[in-house]
Write a new protein. Structure first.
Length: 151
């Protein structure tokens, strides 16, 4: 599984919203600028996350985005499935578009790739946005980094 740019940008945007969870609304231009994300691409990502119920938006001059639920309630797995689909390392493990080759039951590669998919899903479903933020804070302390977030 390779994380797409869209998936990476989604996590970065949500990380910023998580760090600023105490604020009501964050303008998309602020997220784009602080996280160095392309504005037009970010608009598409946040729209998809809004449709899925991960973020809420407010229209108007003082409009923007916020998380629809707490950072501790949103897993990376949930986000990445919305943005990139399931983490299928090879086509034959994909449930929705499984290509039959006639050897599914005897294919050792498929069996191993199913295990890989399961392991990836377990990690991604366990890690929440809150944990991503906590790890960023730890790195900040460890390396004396100045994060461009309001913590």
């Amino acid at each position: 599984m390779k994380l797409s740019k869209k998936g990476e940008y989604a996590i970065k945007a949500l990380q910023y919203l998580s760090f600023n969870y105490h604020r009501d609304i964050i303008q998309i231009a602020e997220i784009s600028e602080r996280q160095k994300l392309p504005l037009k691409f970010l608009e598409q990502i946040l729209l998809a996350l809004k449709k899925a119920g991960i973020v809420q938006s407010k229209m108007g001059l003082k409009g923007g985005y916020r998380l629809a639920k707490g950072p501790d309630e949103i897993s990376l797995g949930e986000v990445l499935r919305i943005i990139d689909g399931p983490p299928d390392p090879v086509d034959c493990v994909r449930q929705s578009a499984r290509k039959e080759c006639g050897e599914e039951d005897e294919c050792s590669l498929r069996i191993i790739m199913l295990e890989v998919k399961e392991a990836i899903c377990q990690v991604l479903d366990r890690v929440t946005l809150e944990e991503v933020c906590n790890r960023a804070k730890e790195l900040q302390k460890k390396h004396s980094l100045a994060l461009d977030y309001q913590i």
